[in-house]
Design a protein around this ligand. Structure first.
Ligand code: ANZ
Ligand code: ZN
Length: 870
């Protein structure tokens, strides 16, 4: 047989599928709908191996469920807005749209060369008005429904890039791109009121049983529900301020007897009042503002503060007072912006207390500790224990003490109000969606001096981005545009100004999966169609999106439900997060990274060594790292497809390790995948040859070995299906290897003695091709055609499994007719009586004996005997 040539066959089949519209999905198909989706890519320019892995997995799921008779929706699109396009525009003097659309075109060609079973008629790009006009319409609906607000808020401001940064984009207090120290600014921004839905988003996590537990935990922590107490501390002396008490939020009222100070946020109203007459405090506030609000920065920063001169009364210890500080680790937008510090049982408080020499009084005794000698030194004790040193709370557990303290303070008053009040707080903040950038979805709002802030009337949508923009100045090109923002007020007709903020690109990706269900509709969705397809049955993507993208999508689905665009809460029923693709790293003698294509690796004895391909210079083999441009350890998917074909790349990605783990890309691995492809092709060729030569040989009946082979085949079909359904692709692959080995062995035997086993061999090879079809679809079509099978394997139904064939152990049961032994039957152990009865009644001998009459009675003792009474 000639070698299989993927370079010739892969484009051929891609064209065949395309012309047959094999993967175009219709909404009114009566078959059960199944929606599989991979996270859509950012059009950066080229696909990388992470994409190859992600889409290979999704494609297996899509093709498999098609074969199981479902109406599969498997679409693809582009997350096409965002800052890189603007940066490219600045660097290359092109328009962000030109750059983005060119990238989409080349990446689409790359994806198509992978042979993915995608319905390209549903392709969407979030940067096109056909998409974002619907986002604008929904924004207006959300405004009307009270889900949107505009408020002043502190933001991380990058003074070089002149833009707001998300907390995640602030690294060690600096902008992630510019490296400039981040400033805090007060800006009026648009927000989605996601925090109103905190409880619902939290409760919904319990229903997501097909999500990784790790992701659910991350979301729970991000939402950060905590139950605590608002507690008032009366001021000993107001010192000229208008305050008489300070209210804190605490989740540990059980530790109140260990309190040693009060700390206010730099932005607390009382701090502001005190700062006017306190230069040290003013300086400290400025220092806090320079620090930024990113959680990471706050955790790393040294715990510092300034004493205010104020004292409060201790609420539980008669006559005792506590000093009031302003501290850098207290945030204004959580709780009340003030805390009581208990250094013995909170690490931040302990660091602070050590710095300012404040008392450290333990009040929770560890289970094995002695009350007289227990002391806290450098590590706060935060685990469970028994309350001590605490008056009326002594001897209680933490939980009991929390309750006792809460009811104690609820019954007392400060300034005529309850001193303590139970409260639930969430860490989740409202979602600030304003970005001061050009390349995003314009927020459809108009500001009028007379009428205020108004939504753009829906008839005037879309608010389209102007094409003629310049990026000569840093900042927001929309704002710099000479005319775009000047409009007349939709209400009074007077001069007004367009909103120049655009939406966070996370908004675009929060609903694209809904748009795929009706990508050409004149409304954002067609609810009846969206509800039929959604939730997405299987969503696949990187774990880096575990929090933001997935949480925002869950929120947005709820917002779309509230505004009548869909009828569900949770958009993704099944979620799978795949691991990364890694590669060895290489370094030249001068310490520069060297790309794998420039390196020749050889083995010698136990070891391996490497040289530079061209110069021959020795190369150091480094650690295995996630493929990244910075370490040059990337492999270009295009080169792999050109050399080995897409099927090989897909197979290797699926075969090598469990899909949730990292996979290490190696040349030997790819070559192994390529050899396996040829092995299948040879097996098919040999089988065809054997069938040709054996024409006329009786092929109906199995001998023992034929039966054994059938069992292997049925078991493989059964297991591969199960493994794919469980997304254990590497295990599915292992099953396929096993089946292939068995068939290659059988083909050898058949070739020398063509006989009864031929039928089993033919069945096995045909089934094998169906099993590999979701993974190596081009090779599978080629083999399918060669075997003379009708149609496309892409359209073939998944082979039926005969349950009898799955049972390993067999028993032979004697058959008695009217008490006399008349024959026997061999069948699978444990077979149900009804099944046995059917088989017995279809046996030639029994049919003859009954002579058309029905038996009076059949008694079956499972696995023992069959008694027929006639
Ligand atoms: C006293 C105390 C004693 C606390 C103790 C902890 C341990 P979670 O669980 O995350 O909600 N806190 C309250 N408001 C804060 C703010 N605006 N900025 C910084 N920290 C704040 O955390 C609640 C705890 O974080 C609260 O309980 C408070 O410190 C602190 F042994 O009160 B605790
Ligand atoms: Zn007006």
């Amino acid at each position: 047989v000639e070698r299989y040539n993927p370079r010739e066959m892969e484009p051929k089949w891609q064209q065949v599928w395309d012309q047959a519209k094999s993967f175009v999905t219709s909404d009114d198909d009566p078959r059960e709908p199944y929606y599989v989706l991979e996270m859509f890519p950012y059009p950066s320019g080229r696909i990388h191996m992470g994409h190859v892995r992600n889409y290979s997995m999704g494609d297996v799921v899509a093709r498999y469920h098609r074969a199981r008779g479902k109406n599969v929706l498997h679409p693809m699109g582009w997350d096409a807005f965002g800052l890189p396009a603007e940066n490219a525009a600045i660097e290359n003097k092109t328009h962000p749209g030109t750059w983005t659309r060119a990238n989409i075109a080349s990446m689409k060609a790359q994806l198509q060369s992978m042979g993915l079973a995608i319905d390209w008629t549903r392709e969407i790009a979030t940067c096109e008005p056909q998409y974002y006009q619907h986002q604008q319409a929904m924004f207006i609906d959300m405004m009307a429904a009270g889900l949107v607000t505009r408020k002043q808020s502190k933001v991380n401001w990058d003074p070089i890039d002149m833009t707001v940064l998300a907390n995640e984009q602030v690294i060690d207090g600096r902008g992630w791109r510019s490296g400039a120290p981040v400033e805090q600014r007060e800006l009026t921004q648009w927000f989605f009121k996601i925090s109103d839905m905190a409880e619902d988003l939290l409760a919904g996590l319990d229903t997501l049983t097909e999500w990784p537990e790790k992701v659910r935990t991350m979301q729970r922590n991000w939402i950060g529900k905590s139950e605590g107490l608002r507690l008032k501390f009366a001021l000993v002396d107001s010192k000229g301020t208008d305050a008489t008490a300070i209210e804190v939020f605490t989740t540990r009222p059980d530790t109140i007897f260990g309190a040693s100070f009060i700390a206010l946020s730099a932005d607390h109203p009382l701090t502001t009042q005190l700062a006017s007459a306190n230069a040290a405090l003013t300086d400290f506030i400025a220092e806090c503002h320079a620090q930024g609000t990113a959680t990471e920065t706050l955790e790393k920063a040294e715990k510092k503060g300034v004493f205010t001169g104020l004292q409060v009364q201790h609420p539980a210890i008669e006559g005792a007072t506590l000093p009031v500080y302003v501290a850098n680790f207290v945030l204004m937008d959580y709780g009340t912006g003030a805390i009581f510090g208990c250094p013995a049982h909170d690490q931040r408080d302990l660091d602070f207390a050590r710095r300012y020499d404040l008392p450290v009084k333990p009040v929770v005794l560890p289970p094995d500790a002695n009350a007289d000698s227990f002391a806290v030194t450098n590590e706060a004790f935060t685990d469970a224990g028994t309350i001590f040193n605490s008056g009326f709370l002594d001897g209680l557990s933490i939980d009991a003490a929390k309750q006792a303290a809460a009811s104690h303070f609820a019954a007392r008053t400060v300034d005529g109000q309850p001193q303590g009040k139970v409260e639930i707080n969430y860490r989740l903040r409202d979602w600030g969606v304003s970005r001061q950038r050009y390349w995003g979805c314009p927020i459809p709002v108009i500001h009028c001096e007379v009428c205020g802030t108004l939504p753009v009337p829906k008839k005037d949508l879309p608010v389209v981005l102007p094409e003629d923009v310049s990026f000569d100045k840093p900042g927001n090109a929309l704002d710099h545009h000479p005319s775009w923002k000047h409009v007349s007020c939709p209400q009074c007709g007077g001069e007004a100004r367009r909103e120049t903020d655009t939406m966070d690109t996370f908004v675009d990706s929060s609903w694209y999966y809904t748009r795929f269900t009706a990508p050409h509709a004149a409304t954002p969705t067609v609810p009846a169609i969206a509800n039929r397809w959604l939730p997405v049955d299987q969503y696949i993507g990187g774990v880096e999106h575990a929090i933001l993208h997935l949480l925002y999508s869950r929120y947005f689905t709820r917002a779309m439900k509230a505004t009548g665009h869909v009828g569900l809460d949770e958009p993704f029923k099944g979620l799978f997060t795949q691991g990364m693709v890694t590669h060895e790293t290489y370094k030249s003698p001068t310490g520069d990274w060297v790309a794998p294509v420039d390196v020749a690796v050889e083995t010698f004895g136990e070891g391996r060594r490497a040289r530079h391909l061209k110069s021959g210079a020795p190369i150091t083999i480094g650690s295995i790292e996630k493929m990244s441009k910075s370490k040059k350890n990337v492999i270009d998917p295009d080169e792999i497809v050109a050399t080995y074909g897409a099927d090989t790349a897909r197979w290797f990605m699926l075969s090598d390790s469990p899909p949730e783990r990292d996979v290490q890309w190696t040349e030997s691995g790819v070559e192994g995948a390529s050899r396996f492809q040829q092995r299948i092709w040879r097996l098919v060729g040999d089988t065809i040859e054997i069938i040709k030569q054996s024409s006329g040989v009786v092929r109906e009946k199995d001998d023992n070995e034929g039966l054994a082979l059938r069992k292997v085949i049925h078991r493989a079909v059964h297991n591969v299906g199960n493994e794919i359904e469980g997304l254990r692709f590497n295990r599915a692959v292992a099953q396929i290897y096993e089946l292939t080995n068995a068939l290659v062995r059988a083909s050898g035997i058949c070739a020398v003695a063509p006989a009864s086993r031929l039928a089993a061999l033919e069945l096995g090879v045909t089934h094998l091709i169906q099993l590999i079809a979701p993974m190596m679809p081009h090779l599978a079509e080629t083999c399918w055609e060669a075997l003379g099978q009708p149609g496309l394997v892409a359209d073939a139904r998944w082979p039926e499994v005969d349950p009898v064939m799955l049972v390993d152990d067999e028993v032979t049961l004697p058959i008695q007719v009217n008490g006399k032994r008349r024959g026997e039957i061999t069948l699978a152990k444990g077979m149900a009586a009804a099944e046995v009865e059917k088989l017995v009644l279809s046996m030639d001998e029994i049919v003859r004996m009954l002579d058309g009459k029905a038996p009076k009675k059949i008694v079956i003792v499972p696995d023992r005997i069959v008694n027929v009474v006639v």
